[in-house]
Design a binder for this molecule. Structure first.
Ligand SMILES: Cc1cc2nc3c(=O)[nH]c(=O)nc-3n(C[C@H](O)[C@H](O)[C@H](O)COP(=O)(O)OP(=O)(O)OC[C@H]3O[C@@H](n4cnc5c(N)ncnc54)[C@H](O)[C@@H]3O)c2cc1C
Length: 494
């Protein structure tokens, strides 16, 4: 099949009925559910871009194996140009969504591509796993599917490992093996956009202990697999609010869901890892899984740049950007953007080739971005809040603007510096409020903190790995030189 259109994607959604719960009711008509309508349009738009002559050759390529056109996310990069072709896809889709949708299809498509291009890892444990992930990759690639993922266990009691939880199946685990496959039970979270995806893939961060074997799992199933329940969080927009009043929240809401597996059958050919604590702990670091940090970084840069531009435009609109305190805040944001931009370029320029022939960006600058963004993005939002001040809270609604009795007052009292009308400023400040004040905007902050794991533990892991890979040459030399000097000049003459 190769690349899908937006309509292909929507038709696939219509053909399925996953068990989706929201606000206490079962959602039976996904594509007409108010909360999902606009996000579905946004994802469909991305698929359509693959067919648009303006983007097609930038974001898709001909697959050597099938001769079909596929997303660049499915091409295993062999050199710098291939890596940059992927980057082009990340940029084009992130810019189309202002970086506000974190889980666009490229994210997991790249993840599965990386898993499948590490057969040696799987083969050392079980050759079936290597075969299964390879076939799954081909299936996703050739049908251009959209996936969600769920890596973490319910928060119930973080002081205990999986097998020590009160209930054996609080954390998702294997119940029994059958001839058809594995029966799994328990919950995983937090699957962003799950109801409007095609498939879900399960794997975990490291941290399994002996005794956790049944929880050491990786597999994929269709999102409408019998027994799989999707519990959505409370929507942050009802899908009915005017785009004028909520120009971002009404478009880019990514609902998140907890996945509850009630004795779900996972066919054996969809099992990528099972019953092996060692393999589960190494999966992340040894399969190139962290390749998706490249997508994360490119998308995060677009989002940070967007927030920086919003802050600057807000300041300009009300004539405060000549004040030193405002300039230093705006300058700080520009420098954050430039820092991320430079790190991303460094990671790409310093790419290496893995033993499987796959080109990968230098992970150290990418992980550095991962460490900086959870602080830089919330700071950008704080700057918008500080500079926008009361102006963020006061704008009237579209309905007010449409009332002729109010029009004159709105233009007079809600306008900006010379040249900015009441309506222009109201629209800008509403956008800034969506990003910085609305529940939608607060989720975006929380997303940047946590989307790829706990930043605290990630930084600890980053440092431990860095320490293992490095030496203390300069310190050793300074110590040696001091000793040499002491021996050479015992009385310290000049
Ligand atoms: C908006 C959003 C979207 C997301 N989308 C996805 C998704 O699509 N797929 C997915 O799989 N996940 C997703 N995540 C989940 C993300 O992976 C987790 O939030 C992240 O891994 C942290 O886990 P947690 O939220 O359970 O926090 P916890 O692990 O419960 O941590 C809570 C607090 O306790 C501290 N803490 C907990 N355990 C330890 C420890 N052992 N040592 C030190 N400190 C500890 C943490 O530092 C943190 O401050 C998303 C999260 C958010 C917020």
């Amino acid at each position: 099949m190769g690349i899908r259109t937006g309509e292909d994607y929507i038709q696939a959604l219509k053909s399925r009925q996953p068990e989706v719960w929201m606000n206490g009711r079962k959602v039976t008509d996904l594509v007409n559910e108010d909360n999902f309508k606009q996000p579905i349009r946004e994802i469909a738009k991305l698929y359509d871009m693959q067919h648009d002559s303006k983007y097609r050759d930038k974001i898709t390529s001909i697959c050597e194996e099938t001769g079909e056109r596929v997303s660049n996310a499915f091409i295993v990069p062999k050199n710098y140009d291939d890596l940059m072709a992927r980057r082009e896809l990340y940029d084009v889709w992130a810019e189309a969504t202002f970086g506000l949708m974190g889980r666009t299809p490229d994210f997991l498509n790249v993840t599965v591509t990386s898993m499948a291009s590490s057969p040696n890892f799987y083969n050392q444990y079980n050759s079936d796993w290597a075969e299964n992930i390879k076939n799954y990759y081909k299936y996703i690639r050739d049908n251009d599917l959209f996936m969600t993922h769920a890596l973490i266990n319910p928060q119930v009691d973080r002081s205990k490992s999986s097998h020590e939880q009160k209930d054996l199946f609080t954390h998702l685990g294997a119940v029994e093996e059958t001839t058809d496959g594995l029966i799994v039970r328990g919950a995983k979270m937090l699957a962003t956009l799950a109801p409007i995806t095609d498939e879900v893939i399960i794997y975990s961060f490291p941290g399994f202990k002996p005794g956790d074997e049944r929880y050491a799992l990786s597999f994929a199933v269709p999102i409408d697999t019998p027994g799989l329940r999707l519990m959505c969080r409370e929507p942050m927009q009802d899908g009915k609010r005017p785009l004028f009043d909520h120009p971002l929240a009404s478009r880019f809401e990514e609902n998140d869901a907890v996945l509850i597996f009630n004795d779900v059958l996972v066919p054996w050919d969809r099992v990528f890892l099972y019953n092996n604590v060692d393999a589960a702990n190494k999966l992340y670091s040894e399969t190139g899984l962290s390749q998706n940090t490249h997508q994360n970084a490119a998308r995060g840069l677009v989002k940070l740049k967007f927030a920086q531009e919003v802050a600057s435009k807000v300041a300009d609109a009300i004539g405060v950007d000549g004040f030193l305190n405002v300039q230093t805040q705006l300058g700080e944001l520009v420098q954050s953007v430039e820092t991320i931009r430079a790190l991303l370029r460094t990671a790409e320029n310093e790419y290496t080739i893995r033993s499987n022939g796959e080109a990968i960006p230098n992970p150290i600058p990418l992980e550095t971005i991962r460490g900086i963004l959870p602080k830089a993005y919330p700071r950008a939002i704080e700057v918008i809040q500080t500079i926008g001040a009361s102006g963020l809270i006061l704008p009237p609604t579209e309905a007010d603007l449409n009332n002729p009795e109010l029009a004159e007052d709105i233009d007079r009292y809600y306008g900006g510096r010379s040249g900015i009308s009441g309506e222009e400023r109201v629209r800008l400040f509403k956008l800034a409020w969506d990003l910085s004040g609305e529940a939608f905007g607060q989720r975006l902050v929380q997303y940047e903190r946590y989307y790829s794991g706990d930043p605290v533990r990630k930084l600890g892991m980053f440092y431990s790995k860095h320490k293992r890979q490095t030496s203390f040459d300069m310190v050793d030399r300074a110590l040696e030189e001091a000793l040499d000097f002491k021996n050479k000049y015992p009385k310290n003459p000049v």
